[in-house]
Design a binder for this molecule. Structure first.
Ligand code: E4P
Length: 217
């Protein structure tokens, strides 16, 4: 499973990239607004921090406008993935961009039928939002399961990018289903490393080792 971080905080991205476990980055207009920085400048900086795909989202609502914005965003790095919303215009833009070899991430997906449309439009990634789905009383992870079944039925190449992840259990559930990618906030990724028994065991080993009076180097 690939790990993307969902943030526009470049320091967090740099720190997580240093683990060697970060495969890409996703951003959205809300995350850019939260950063308080210029969109184009942040995306260009992120594109240099990671080798993998960096999703930069268009904000136009018509396909021609999205394509114009995509042209600009693609100048910011050779790993830029254009993020478009799951609308008719978004999928029109997706088809044109994908046909020209550009990686497209179709975002704001809330149904398996929407995911089917995105795959037919040639999307490199489909982003179903599990947390927001759960929030309104639906089964976010059930949606991932459905999309996986549909994509496997037709051997689509579109990767399932589980988005709007809120906690480590979402990551585990997505991995059990076999989703290709997950994108999560930095805090959720950091939480994956932790277990109280690891901390307890390490403290006991350190205390016992100190009693030996030895050193390795
Ligand atoms: C994904 O690309 C989105 O940016 C993100 O996962 C949305 O998550 P949220 O529901 O926590 O805002």
């Amino acid at each position: 499973m690939k790990f993307f971080v969902d943030t526009a905080d470049t320091q967090e991205i740099a720190d997580l990239a240093a683990t060697g476990l970060l495969d890409g980055v996703t951003t959205n207009p809300s995350l850019i607004a939260k950063s308080g920085r210029q969109f184009l400048e942040v995306i260009a900086e992120i594109a240099k921090l990671v080798d993998g795909p960096v999703s930069a989202e268009v904000v136009a609502s018509d396909a021609d406008g999205m394509l114009r914005e995509a042209d600009k965003l693609l100048t910011l790095g050779n790993n830029i993935t254009i993020k478009v919303p799951l609308t008719i215009d978004g999928l029109k833009a997706c088809k044109k961009l994908s046909d020209n070899g550009t990686m497209v991430n179709v975002t704001l997906c809330f149904s398996a039928n929407q995911a089917l449309l995105a795959a037919k439009a040639g999307a490199a990634f489909i982003s179903p939002f599990v947390g927001r789905h759960d929030d309104v009383g639906y089964d976010g992870m059930g949606l991932i399961d459905d999309i996986k079944t549909v994509y496997d039925n037709y051997a689509f190449n579109t990767e399932i990018l589980v988005a709007s992840i809120r906690h480590p259990i979402h990551v585990l559930q997505a991995a059990k289903i076999g989703a290709d990618v997950m994108t999560a906030p930095p805090a959720v990724i950091r939480a994956l490393f932790n277990h109280p028994l690891t901390d307890k065991g390490l403290a006991a080993f350190a205390a016992d080792w100190a009693k030996t009076g030895q050193s390795i180097i």
